[in-house]
Design a protein around this ligand. Sequence first.
Ligand code: KG4
Ligand code: ZN
Length: 390
Amino acid sequence: MPDAPQPTGLILGIESSCDETAAAVVRRGTETLSNVVASQIALHANFGGVVPELASREHLRNIVPVVRAAIAEAGIRLQDLDAIAVTGGPGLAGALLVGITYAKALAFGLDKPLIAVNHLEGHIHAVLMEHQQALTEADPDAPILALVVSGGHTHLYLAHQKSSGQGSAWQYRNIGRTVDDAAGEAFDKVAKLLGLDYPGGPWIDHLAPHGNPRAVSFTFSPIKHRNPAPETETRFDFSFSGIKTAVLRYTQSHAMQGTIENRRLTTRNHKLTTENTTHLVQNGTIEPQSLDLLASFQNAVVGSLLKQTFAAARHFNARAILISGGVAANSELRRRFTAEAAKHALPIAFPSLALSTDNAAMIAAAAWPKLMAKDFAPENLTATPQLRLG
Ligand code: KG4
Ligand code: ZN
């Protein structure tokens, strides 16, 4: 009888929860052999946000070439894989189904196990795959505090690694979430209000240094819970819809509409680079009043994320902090969180910029402990758009 094939530790990750079709090959949860992302940003920019129906069609178009490219770039054969991992949720139902259906067919055809990964756990592993040792070396048993902050999510989790005979599985407990808009959503909506293209986060990041972050003061009202948590549980929730409304009121009360509409036409489909934004500032397309408003908005949002995260770190005696998701790419956020962590002598880590936004390397990395624990997806796996973590 031929010997059973030796495990290679290679996992193919597939991600299609929102507007990126992505595939990656990662060895043993840490070594990235390939990481391919087909972004739909240009398609959705024309509509000022993600259009679910268009996203599904685009995933369908991209999934085969993206997976092929990931396998080719990794220099492996499909048969070399130990498992296929796919995002099961949360996300857009039709978009998730494209990745799930393709991953199921591939796993079935190759006779390999299929592993379902929660997209939010994926974001956490985007950091762990690069920084796990630095984050756990102080005390491997203490919780790591994870802030996942993106266009669809703003969550705080306590992450623990529990060792067992089968490897070491990660466990999560949600201790905070936004009660309305996600932070990235607030960035995108405020940018749109001020006549800037989708996605607005990177635009605001580039423009804010040209404005005065103290020009407009925003206050965060107390958070109203629809389903209050039991009194025994201390929560560290967020709310970002009020600040978006405050920005809208400011533009109305300062009669900024005309300037904003002119700018919307001038900056449409403008490529976002430091030179381009500097030029738009110098020629007055983005005038000082808007720059001050954007800088003040970013200052307030980062301030709110910082306050809740460090209060939670103190409360739960977290040994380290990790930040992930698209908004983790924000320069002011990285600067202020790094400075605050240094004050408290807390290790802190961010993903590399390529792993901050949606990608499949993080899905393959999160699947590695599940492969060790033989935690495989059921045959009837389907999309779970509202899937929770912890
Ligand atoms: O993680 P991601 O790619 O997709 C979701 O799971 O939502 O995050 C996309 C979000 C968008 O809202 C985008 O505006 C925001 O991340 N974003 C940023 C920056 N880069 C991306 N927000 C602030 N500053 C940035 N540099
Ligand atoms: Zn994401």
